[in-house]
Design a protein around this ligand. Structure first.
Ligand code: SF4
Length: 370
């Protein structure tokens, strides 16, 4: 077993706990991984590893979608998070470098590109002219999005910190350059808790922005994640979060019960919340969101939607709408779709809905990206 990435930065700790690991390396350090694989898989030492790669490079996703990591690290200091201490400050990849990788992915047949990083909306803020195009952070990100939108039928942005220039992206969604999908981790809604988390904004500002986002792109679906049971969260603060959730009517929501992480500033905060209280709040939070999700998905029944197929089993295709990312969001079970193949996009009519997923009938004719 080989470990690489964030936790690999704690090499000594991991090796002590798991002596059977054959290699441990930190983020952005592929050489030890390649060496370990060579040594243990008996690869011929003279054979360059890239001989075995196609135009998409090393790709661990199904052929029709891929992740594009646009930057490493983060300049924020959220008190519950140790990512900046492990991955360092923001380091954006240059526009030419990103477009070269994007071209390879497009050439390999990728239909859906998922743009990721620790802080995607900060992309480019640390670059010089020539390494990106645009004079403001919003313009630079817009150029990148337009370039990607010209290469892939579906481009989805993940992990957008709610900077003001995020509003600009809604216009690109409305015109079809980006999928109408906004993944903005909000973490909480109570101003005191947000302050202790060292996160921006208060609930009212966020509700106003949600309204503005929906005005600019009415079909936008908003995904977010939250933390319950953060130190100092009493019943009043938790109720404020539930009120926000009810009013915001977000489309997809993830929630975690807070837990201390070695090295995080929040560990030293007073008024830590007991475990049973955290668990009870997590359950209350998720059951309220389940109601919201059920009612929002029920409104989709009867609509005709574009979907992308992830897998086919017999006459049922497991697909996703433009509003759903792989792995984290819901699915559409499409009947009468045995002729479709993974990666094809098509139109379906929604016939039913439950808490997270949809049922649909296939309307025929897969779509092609021109
Ligand atoms: S939670 Fe996200 S924005 Fe905050 S410090 Fe961690 S990576 Fe950065």
């Amino acid at each position: 077993m080989v470990v690489t990435g964030c936790l690999g930065a704690r090499k000594a700790d991991l090796q002590e706990r798991y002596p059977e690991l054959i290699s441990v390396s930190g983020p952005q350090d592929p050489v030890p991984v390649v060496n370990a694989v060579r040594a243990h898989a008996g690869a011929r030492a003279q054979e360059p590893a890239h001989y075995h790669l196609g135009p998409a490079g090393v790709k661990l996703t199904p052929p029709h979608y891929a992740y594009l990591k646009v930057s490493e690290g983060c300049n924020h200091t959220c008190s519950f998070c140790i990512i900046p201490s492990m991955r360092g400050k923001l380091r954006s990849r240059t526009l030419p470098d990103l477009l070269e990788e994007a071209d390879g992915l497009a050439e390999a047949g990728v239909e859906e590109l998922l743009v990721i990083s620790q802080d995607t909306s900060a992309w480019g803020t640390d670059l010089r002219r020539g390494e990106m195009r645009g004079t403001t952070p919003g313009d630079a990100l817009e150029v990148l999005c337009r370039e990607l939108g010209a290469r892939f039928p579906w481009v989805r942005l993940h992990y957008l910190y709610p900077y003001p220039h995020v509003d600009q992206l809604l216009d690109l969604m409305a015109e079809g350059c980006l999928l109408p999908y906004l993944d903005v981790p909000l973490q909480h809604a109570d101003p005191g808790i947000l302050k202790a988390m060292r996160r921006p904004a208060a609930a009212q500002n966020t509700l106003d922005r949600l309204r503005r986002w929906r005005d600019r792109c009415p079909e936008v679906n908003v995904r977010s994640t939250f933390i319950v049971g953060f130190p100092g969260e009493g019943e009043r603060e938790f109720e404020a979060l539930l009120d926000f959730l009810e009013e915001a009517e977000l489309d997809r929501v993830g929630c975690f019960a807070y837990s201390n992480v070695a090295g995080a500033g929040a560990n030293d905060l007073p008024d830590q919340v007991p475990e049973p209280v955290k668990e009870a709040r997590l359950e209350r939070f998720m059951s309220l969101q389940a109601e919201i999700s059920r009612s929002k998905l029920a409104r989709r029944v009867g609509q005709e939607l574009e979907v992308i197929v992830d897998s086919v089993s017999g006459s049922i295709a497991n697909a996703r709408t433009r509003f759903d990312a792989p792995e984290v969001d819901g699915m559409v079970r499409v009947r009468g779709a045995g002729s479709l193949r993974p990666g094809e996009r098509t139109w379906v009519r929604i016939t039913g809905a439950d808490t997270h997923d949809l049922d649909a009938d296939y309307l025929g004719n897969p779509l092609k990206f021109a």
